[in-house]
Design a protein around this ligand. Structure first.
Ligand code: AMP
Ligand code: ZN
Length: 630
């Protein structure tokens, strides 16, 4: 892959538009071009009951004169519809539905959906319609990550898929693993296809992904059986569906039935009954997550929902509560949208009596009593700000033993959980007081693996100092900042007494980070931990980093404009690679990183002859320098 990428860069004219490199790599898009659809992208008529479906069948029979009609029954995928255009078998365009007449060109992002072939098995000029979706597994993973990072959550997989397809950073699309099902082939007569059944089979044959649960039924009775079956089994399926689409199988009958202004007359979407219920919020409790996030949870008057009794529902965060004006004592609508935990989606305001109570974000942490607040303005989550909150202990130890920190192999998530539960780890430094006896007492930990773990722990005692700093888990201090600190303060003994002014003299450390470090170091708990660590020899020797993972060493960067990632993340990224960063340009600056809407720095850089670089070029530079240094 790497070789291919290099070749394509050297000979761009020879790069194939269907090359596998199109799937990966990193591109920042400027926006999405509008595209006019040559054929109107119809919506579907909806029905909500078996009676409606019988009515639909009756209408079709009357208009076609048939006594029984064959239908293709297909799952109604709850994603976003997409139009694909292949030229000579190559993917030439992917567009969203938009309003049916005009959509957006999202080709670059669609290339990151692995189940969409860049090249068909036949050299056809063909138009395809289908659905892009996100599986429930991916959806939960994504929301969990967003919650940990204090970002707003997606309400359902459909919103998540739609949001992903409109990402400007294509690498983000690759990460989120979207998927697809195709269900319409335009102008099937060209391929001598007479039915939807044949069309689906043909699409599969030329390399498109179609849904295997589709079924050809021969009359209304069989259709009803399929609808029952689908409704019963929808829970076991990992992709979101909100019903079944029933289509007249025969294309000649489809043509004679035709379209209304909005819908085809030959299809009907049968929507599953929504899994919603009304109930009362009796109280609200606060859960404290591993990263200290405070999540409000509604305690409900128990209500039956999708076959189970529901007593609690997620309220996500305090912005969510405020936007919907949810109060204790409110009658609300709860919904199970594929998630395991139901959510409160709406207040029934007509039911208010006036005795409802507002829900305020707590001023102190319900676990430790520490102060609460947001980490930064963009954060929607309110967190416990006490770095030593017991709720965060497991996550803190995980950070401590992780590869980027003390790198203790064998001390992973599940073992940490056990050790904390058994009271063997109350603090980071307790890791160095574990003995073989203590560990092997835990079930499933034999003597051999206990011994190995102890060896690993002992080995970690001489970790390079920047890793020790990373391991401490100082708020706002990642690997990059840790490296800077370790240059000035090479041991725990020295770092312990760092003053704000000294810290701020370090290029790359601003006031906020300096404050955070000083505050953390001044905590009694920190002093205890540091003392214990020191007594085990951790962070006491001046260690030189011999790693050659600092390709940007000796380079000075300045940033202007909006980047695809928050500036603080870009700074961390650069620092980690050994660069130094400044907020003002000078003749000593090596590069100005230019984002969207750059400021006056751009002009100045041009004037004094500082090299300009965008994000993509920066990545290339890093790649190049990494290669030469290794
Ligand atoms: P609605 O948005 O509820 O009006 O439903 C119409 C949408 O259902 C279409 O625009 C498609 O995106 C979507 N859909 C999902 N699965 C299918 C399918 N198997 N056949 C046709 N349309 C489908
Ligand atoms: Zn707390």
């Amino acid at each position: 892959m790497k070789e291919l990428m290099e070749l394509e860069k050297a000979y761009p004219k020879l790069a194939s538009p269907t090359s596998p490199t199109q799937r990966v790599g990193y591109k920042i898009l400027k926006g999405f071009r509008s595209v006019k659809h040559p054929f109107f992208m119809y919506s579907l008529d909806n029905s909500y009951s078996m009676d409606d479906m019988a009515e639909f069948d009756k209408r079709v029979r009357k208009l076609t004169g048939l006594t029984s009609v064959k239908y293709m029954c297909e799952m109604k995928i709850d994603g976003l519809s997409i139009r694909l255009k292949y030229e000579d078998g190559k993917l030439a365009l992917a567009a969203t539905r938009g309003d049916g007449k005009v959509g957006e060109d999202v080709t670059e992002n669609i290339k990151r959906v692995r189940s969409i072939p860049l090249l068909l098995q036949k050299n056809l000029n063909v138009e395809i319609r289908g659905e892009i979706y996100m599986s429930y597994t991916e959806f939960r993973k994504l929301n969990l990550l967003r919650q940990q990072n204090g970002l707003a959550l997606f309400a359902n997989p459909r919103n998540a898929a739609a949001g992903t397809i409109r990402q400007l950073d294509t690498s983000e699309v690759s990460k989120r693993h979207l998927n697809s099902f195709m269900y319409t082939l335009i102008s099937p007569e060209k391929y001598d296809l007479k039915t939807q059944y044949e069309a689906l089979k043909y699409m599969r044959k030329i390399g498109l992904k179609t849904n295997e649960s589709s079924k050809l039924v021969h009359d209304l009775e069989e259709m009803k059986e399929y609808l029952d079956w689908a409704q019963k089994h929808r829970k076991e399926i990992d992709y979101p569906i909100d019903g079944v689409v029933v289509k007249v199988n025969d294309f000649s009958y489809q043509s004679s039935l035709g379209f209304t202004a909005k819908y085809p007359r030959w299809a009907m979407a049968y929507k599953f009954p929504a899994e919603q219920a009304r109930t009362l919020i009796k109280d609200v409790t606060i859960q404290v997550g591993r990263s200290g996030t405070l999540t409000p949870v509604a305690m409900l008057e128990p209500v039956k929902l999708a076959g189970t009794m529901v007593k609690r529902a997620s309220l996500h965060n305090f912005d969510y509560i405020q936007k919907r004006d949810i109060r204790i004592g409110d009658v609300v609508l709860v919904e199970k949208a594929g998630e395991i935990i139901p959510q409160v989606i709406k207040v029934i305001k007509e039911e208010r009596t006036g005795s409802e109570r507002k829900i305020e974000p707590p001023k102190s942490c319900p676990i430790c009593g520490g102060p609460t607040g947001k980490m930064n303005e963009k954060d929607v989550a309110i967190r416990c700000l006490n770095p030593y909150c017991p709720a965060k202990l497991e996550a803190r130890i995980e950070n401590f033993s992780s590869r980027k920190a003390m790198n203790i192999r064998g001390l992973g998530k599940s073992l940490i959980k056990k050790l904390v539960k058994n009271g063997l780890l109350k603090d980071l430094a307790d890791v160095y007081e574990l003995g073989v006896e203590k560990i092997s007492k835990l079930e499933k930990m034999g003597e051999k693996s206990s011994k190995n773990l102890i060896k690993e722990i002992e080995r970690s005692e001489s970790a390079p100092f920047y890793k020790v700093i990373t391991a401490l888990g100082i708020p706002m201090v990642g690997e990059g900042t840790a490296r800077l600190l370790s240059n000035e303060f090479p041991t725990l003994e020295r770092l312990k007494c760092a003053r704000k002014e000294e810290l701020m003299k370090i290029n790359g450390i601003g006031e906020k980070v300096a404050d955070s470090i000083v505050e953390f170091l001044s905590l009694e708990q920190t002093q205890k931990t540091v003392e214990k660590l020191t007594s085990h020899g951790v962070g006491t020797r001046q260690t030189e980093s011999h790693e050659d993972d600092t390709p940007l060493k000796d380079l000075k960067f300045v940033i202007t404009g909006t980047l695809s990632i928050p500036r603080i993340e870009m700074k961390e990224y650069l620092l980690k690679l050994g660069a130094s960063i400044s907020s003002t340009l000078s003749s000593k600056t090596d590069y100005l990183i230019v984002g969207e809407n750059p400021g006056s720095k751009l002009e100045k850089a041009k004037k004094i002859g500082v090299k300009l670089i965008n994000e993509e070029e920066l990545k290339n530079l890093v790649n190049q320098l990494s290669k030469t240094s290794s």
